[in-house]
Design a protein around this ligand. Structure first.
Ligand code: DGL
Length: 276
């Protein structure tokens, strides 16, 4: 018998990153900094965004389809860089692929909020599905049981983040409309957790909308640090943070809007259209 693997280098460590759209690119960016020795394949299911207004059943189906696709690229690990999918589909993904480490963004986000908050009064903005399912509320209580959590669904802000509208005062007005009356009626909080991958792009608008002294936290950096901590020590990391982009709709739009979230330009030619 000949061993065909003799002399063939093992491919570089490949991390699959998945989001309903382009928001997860902010998590990807943080991962590339924290784990530069891996390569990445990023899948944005832009054809079916938003996930945040859909039922759990639908989100689980979509998330499993995206995972199957990434597994067909032979990924060594998977990061679910979508709060909605992390909230409802993580156990289904983990039990479908028990051999692959799967990371979500909700638990790291909850840990970041608990570390940031001194008063344990934490506010969370997220999609409808994430808020109604109580994922962040549960994750924060698991981390710090004395916390008091208030959560607000802000579905229009997903669209706003993708619209751009830089310099348009309607952007601030919309964030204010969601945040200001809610926080006034919730009592004093000292931390606002941005529990949706689209919201870090609106960070400056949230900053304006909350009282001075309230800290803004998101899960991108914490997730990336936790993933790097887990994988960095036990993986052969010979990659160079290269990325392949996969999109289920309109490569040009993915490239244009995705560049804002990634913080670096993406060309249309770098994006491969796929069906799930
Ligand atoms: N990526 C989603 C999340 O983080 C936001 C967009 C959507 O609703 O699909 O919850």
């Amino acid at each position: 018998l000949s061993d065909t693997s003799v002399g063939r280098a093992k491919p570089d460590f490949l991390v699959g990153v998945f989001d309903s759209g382009v928001g997860g690119l902010s998590v990807l960016q943080a991962l590339r900094k924290q784990l530069p020795g891996a390569n990445y394949v990023y899948l944005g299911d832009t054809a079916r965004l938003p996930y945040g207004t859909k039922s759990d059943r639908t989100v689980i189906d979509y998330a499993l389809q995206a995972t199957h696709h990434l597994v067909s690229h032979d990924v060594d690990a998977l990061v679910v860089a979508c709060n909605t999918a992390s909230s409802v589909a993580l156990p289904a993904i983990q039990s479908a692929y028990p051999g692959i480490p799967v990371f979500g963004v909700v638990d790291p986000g909850a840990r970041a909020a608990c570390r940031a908050s001194r008063t344990r009064r934490i506010a969370v903005v997220a999609t409808e599905s994430t808020v109604l399912g109580g994922a962040y509320q549960k994750a924060i209580f698991a981390e710090c049981s004395s916390a008091r959590v208030t959560a607000r669904a802000c579905p229009l802000l997903v669209t706003l983040a993708e619209e751009g509208w830089m310099g348009n005062p309607l952007r601030q007005a919309l964030v204010d409309a969601y945040v200001k009356p809610w926080l006034r009626s919730s009592g004093a909080v000292d931390t606002l957790l941005l529990g949706c991958t689209h919201f870090p792009l609106l960070g400056a608008l949230f900053r304006q909308a909350v009282p001075a002294g309230v800290q803004l936290v998101d899960s991108a950096e914490t997730t990336a640090r936790e993933v790097a901590g887990e994988l960095g020590s036990r993986s052969r990391l010979t990659g160079s943070a290269q990325v392949r982009f996969l999109s289920t709709d309109d490569a040009a739009r993915f490239a244009r809007i995705g560049g804002w979230f990634l913080g670096a330009p993406i060309s249309e030619q770098q994006v491969t259209l796929i069906d799930l």
